[in-house]
Design a protein around this ligand. Structure first.
Ligand code: UDP
Length: 260
């Protein structure tokens, strides 16, 4: 697929035109930002891992009938995706209370929620992505109530699926962020966002070790190693990519077969 001109550059990704007017090429950068762009770094190999992890998760979601923008991965850093008109809302799904919610409401970090909580944030960097109510989303025409209901239902299905998938690899899905958009080709609302350790909080089930972007936000170190661990547990890291340290597997022990 021939890459056309750059259409948009965000904090962690670049969007290029493709030969098809309804499709674009999404390039994953190694750049990381936090705290509304105040903290920035380049984390070598992060883009490659997010491309692979997101491809794996979006393909699995497609297999269970959750439509999303992924068409196919093109190479180590790029995927072909469907062009959408993005709904300017970040849908945050929470299973365990941490991060901004603890500060905002004084709820103890690690509190397990009885049922998933969905929060809506208006996508606006200058305003710091403020929390908004469903009524704001409806009043300002960002999405109608029926569209919101459909998206909320999708968020809960995605949460169910992801919780199970991560549980199977000994990871707790604490919370995550999703974005949805209207597909250019037919106007249908679909999931249109990466799902990766950049956008999810993932804790090891036994040790609560953070395997996500909080390692960068909180200066915990070993950021790429944590993302690599998620990819390894998902069974998608088979080769040595760029500067990412290869995982050392124990050497197979030689078995002597006695000749009779
Ligand atoms: N999140 C994200 N992009 C954002 C804001 C949040 O991907 O711009 C994700 C974040 O990684 C976490 C979840 O949404 O998994 C909830 O984040 P929270 O509101 O607690 O934000 P923070 O603590 O980062 O301010």
């Amino acid at each position: 697929m021939k890459k056309g001109k750059k259409l948009y550059e965000g904090k962690a990704k670049i969007i290029f035109a493709s030969a098809d007017k309804n499709l674009v090429i999404q390039h994953f950068k190694d750049d990381a930002t936090a705290f509304n762009n105040q903290k920035k770094a380049n984390i070598e190999g992060k883009g490659i891992l997010n491309n692979r992890i997101s491809e794996h998760i979006l393909s699995a979601l497609k297999d269970v009938g959750i439509e999303n923008h992924l068409v196919k991965r093109l190479n180590m850093r790029e995927q072909l995706i469907e062009l959408v008109e993005i709904i300017p809302i970040e849908f945050v799904v929470r299973n365990i209370v941490t991060g901004s919610l603890t500060k905002r409401l004084g709820i103890e970090d690690g509190t397990v929620l009885n049922k998933p909580l969905i929060e809506y944030c208006y996508k606006n960097d200058e305003l710091g992505d403020p929390l908004v109510a469903r009524e704001h989303i409806d009043a300002f025409g960002w999405a109608s109530i029926s569209e919101l209901n459909l998206i909320t239902e999708n968020c809960l299905r995605i949460n169910d699926f992801l919780q199970g998938m991560f549980k199977g690899i000994n990871i707790k899905l604490i919370d995550f962020k999703l974005e949805f958009g209207k597909r250019k080709s037919d106007g249908k609302i679909i999931l249109a966002d990466e799902i990766s350790p950049d956008t999810c909080r993932l804790w090891d089930s036994d040790t609560d070790k953070k395997l996500d972007k909080d390692r960068f936000r909180k200066d915990l170190g070993d950021v790429v190693e944590a993302y690599q661990e998620v990819a390894r547990r998902l069974g998608i890291l088979h080769e040595y990519v760029n500067n990412i340290r290869p995982i050392k597997f124990p050497k197979p022990t030689a078995v002597k077969i006695k000749k009779k």
